[in-house]
Design a protein around this ligand. Structure first.
Ligand code: FES
Length: 312
């Protein structure tokens, strides 16, 4: 559902994290949502960027939407476009939509947040606390100075805080001590997600109890080179240059593709690979699926071979 939203309040949580409150530009109630949901903002030429909706205990769910945006100075312009918004500006957003739902389970939830990846975890901890469900909220950041929402998350939601520079999180210890039936929810940068997932699997947690959301795109990396994609149905071949994704090139060529997050964490763009070797950059596929080279997420992943033949 597309909505026109007006910015009603702005404040800075840290030097780089800015908090926005948004209400309906048309007036009336905002559509509801569940913990873990996001809005996808239309930023014109920059594209679409998604930000999680934040709920704190006791706050009025019928009140304004609240999101937080961390400015990425080396990013592709999405966060800077959001930071240029002023009170009274109107912006279009798709949603709320939830690709990161809390699951129904009897065992406890381990909520593991890295940096600005804390935003959906705040809403999840709020929902779990309200429902009287057990959870452990673990929040890591590079330092106390750059951690946004740390005091409030600790005071209101019992978050345990860790800092890379002074008191780093011990992932093997955390995962080695999981209560039976735990479901692990992770939101943060890819390096942290990969490390946490590997430790959780090593500790015996089944993959179907690990739930992940990335907060940055992993599409680009230094040293990316061009490769070819052959469309199996038509035989047409397209070159994917560095800095462009498979989806971007195929859409420009007029193809109609299914996708959503464009960060490699929702799984909607998953495509069968007929031949070639993908360079997987998603967090959707298990290690075994990645090693099989038979499927890939075409929003972020690239190729290790000169050509991929895709079942499109
Ligand atoms: S669009 Fe979400 S994984 Fe590709």
């Amino acid at each position: 559902m597309q909505q026109s939203l007006v910015v009603t309040a702005i404040h800075d949580e840290t030097d780089r994290i800015r908090v926005f409150e948004l209400t309906s530009a048309e007036g009336g109630d905002l559509p509801g949502y569940t913990a873990g949901a996001h809005l996808a903002f239309d930023l014109g030429d920059v594209g679409t960027r998604s930000y999680s909706l934040i709920d704190w205990p006791g706050e009025d769910r019928a009140g304004p939407y609240v999101i937080a945006v961390q400015r990425e100075d080396d990013g592709d312009g999405g966060s800077k476009a959001m930071h240029s918004l002023k009170t009274g500006d109107t912006i279009t957003a798709e949603g709320p939509k939830n690709d990161f739902e809390l699951r129904d389970h009897d065992g406890p939830a381990l909520l593991l947040a890295g940096g600005i990846g804390v935003t959906p975890m705040i809403s999840m901890a709020t929902a779990l606390q309200a429902a009287g469900r057990p959870y452990d909220f673990v929040f890591a950041a590079r330092s106390a100075e750059v951690m946004g929402f740390g005091d409030k998350a600790a005071d209101q939601l019992g978050a345990r805080r860790f800092y890379d520079d002074t008191d780093p999180l011990d992932l093997p210890a955390l995962m080695g001590d999981l209560a039976p039936g735990t479901h692990l929810y992770i939101c943060g940068p890819k390096g942290m997600i990969d490390a946490a997932r590997a430790e959780a699997v090593k500790a015996g947690l089944p993959e179907d109890r690990i739930h992940i959301e990335l907060f940055t795109s992993t599409a680009e990396a230094e040293g990316d080179t061009a490769f070819e994609v052959e469309i199996h149905d038509s035989g047409e071949v397209y070159t994917i240059p560095p800095g462009k994704t498979i989806i971007e090139v195929l859409e420009e060529a007029g193809m109609d593709l299914m996708y959503d997050c464009q960060r490699g964490d929702c799984g909607i763009c998953q495509t069968d690979v007929i031949s070639g070797v993908p360079d997987h950059r998603d967090v959707v596929l298990s290690d075994a699926e990645k090693a099989s080279n038979t499927v890939m997420q075409i929003c972020v992943s690239r190729a290790k071979s000169d050509r991929l033949v895709l079942d499109l």
